[in-house]
Design a protein around this ligand. Structure first.
Ligand code: MN
Length: 290
């Protein structure tokens, strides 16, 4: 048995979070063998929190929530009204995560998900720090942790590397703010898969595993052997969540923000079962060879 709980991102199965979509996604995540369902809160307006909580509990699944912000609700802006809308979105999302029974809220909590036309300003960065200090304080009272997902340059201008994320977390200055690394983004921005994981060390709070094209694990060119060895080297015991996107499962907002234009697979449940086997095998190989 792997030492890490394994998760799957809901967009492997459904684009939104209506009650019917949540019911289907919970069932499929469980059937594929996962311990955790990650729910993106981009469609929170359609989410029935009580129904989702009941479905998750009944299936025995943990939940992690994630999100990015939007350009009109962006805490890295220098416009106070835009920052306030982003801060409100984060507070609401933290509350939903807690009500679902989750203890970890992660993602691009610090900016919109999209290509910026200029570098982050000093005023914008100060706004990120101030908003996330407040959010971390709120999270602490709820017994929760926050994740800073390091994303590539085409999706944010705030943090593109683990090193930048650690500096941001240092400036926020709350120990319930952790680093979230994603192999897909790391492939674009980091020197390799080893140094960032060693650098994050015990401040690594969450992992996304995705291929270089975000399709089937093992069908691309990412060096997952190095990636899992590095996780083993730091003794990482946190969650590892499979993330994949295809034009076969579309969220009108999130899929466009992430530039999901291609069909990389059609059958989400088959993809998920394969990913669960792949991750289990990689972690077992790690344990035996360690
Ligand atoms: Mn990710």
């Amino acid at each position: 048995m792997p030492i890490n709980k394994l998760g799957v991102h809901a967009l492997v199965f459904t684009g939104g979070t209506t009650p019917a979509e949540v019911e289907y996604t919970v069932t499929q995540a469980k059937q594929s063998g996962f311990d955790i369902l990650e729910i993106s809160l981009h469609d929170a307006v359609n989410l029935d929190v009580a129904q989702a909580r009941t479905a998750l509990r009944a299936a025995g699944l943990d939940v992690v929530c994630s999100r990015g912000l939007a350009f009109d609700a962006d805490v890295s802006s220098s416009d106070a009204a835009v920052v306030a809308r982003g801060a409100r979105l984060l507070q609401d999302s933290l509350q939903i995560t807690a009500e679902l029974g989750g203890t970890h809220f992660t993602g691009a909590l610090y900016s919109a998900l999209g290509k910026y036309g200029q570098p982050l300003s000093a005023a914008g960065r100060a706004n990120v720090v101030a908003v996330l200090q407040d959010l971390a304080t709120d999270a602490r009272t709820k017994g929760m942790t926050l994740g800073l997902e390091v994303c590539n340059r085409y999706e944010t201008n705030v943090i593109n590397t683990a090193s930048q994320a650690l500096r941001l977390a240092d400036d926020i200055g709350h120990d319930n703010v952790l680093i979230h690394l994603d192999s897909y983004h790391m492939n674009i921005e980091e020197d390799d898969f080893v140094r960032p994981i060693l650098l994050a060390g015990d401040r690594l709070g969450y992992i996304h595993v995705g291929e270089n094209h975000r399709g089937y694990l093992g069908s691309g060119h990412l060096d997952f052997t190095s990636f899992f060895h590095a996780l083993g080297q730091i003794g990482y015991t946190g969650a590892i969540t499979f993330e994949s996107f295809s034009s076969a499962v579309v969220s009108p907002t999130l899929s466009n923000d992430l530039a999901i234009w291609r069909n990389l697979w059609d059958d989400g449940p088959a993809l998920a079962s394969h990913a669960h086997g792949y991750l289990t095998s990689a972690l077992e190989g790690n344990r035996v060879s360690a």
